[in-house]
Design a protein. Structure first.
Length: 96
């Protein structure tokens, strides 16, 4: 079985409200075995015109586990807390 990664780029529009999202998403990540690889660290564009805002990369044992995290009640609470606090772009990708 191959691993999976959730990769997200977040444009935070309300930093104060976004703190609630971070708190609830951390609970969801812990509950669903996410390995946090990147969570908003400094970045530098090396090629192309992509200008990520806040980049997050989570590792899961499988695509199915990543989807269970995304569909979980814990993460639903985080998504609700994020409403109007940012613009989320998120994908899941199968790893090696």
């Amino acid at each position: 079985m191959s691993s999976a990664y959730i990769i997200a780029n977040v444009q935070v529009t309300d930093p104060v409200q976004y703190e609630d999202y971070k708190k609830f998403s951390t609970i969801a990540m812990q509950a669903h075995g996410a390995e946090v690889c990147v969570r908003g660290g400094a970045l530098e564009v090396l090629e192309g015109d992509w200008q990520p805002d806040r980049l997050v990369i989570l590792k899961f044992p499988s695509v199915e586990q990543a989807k269970r995290f995304y569909d979980s009640t814990e993460y639903l609470r985080a998504r609700e807390a994020r409403e109007n606090a940012g613009v989320m772009r998120m994908v899941v990708v199968e790893g090696l």
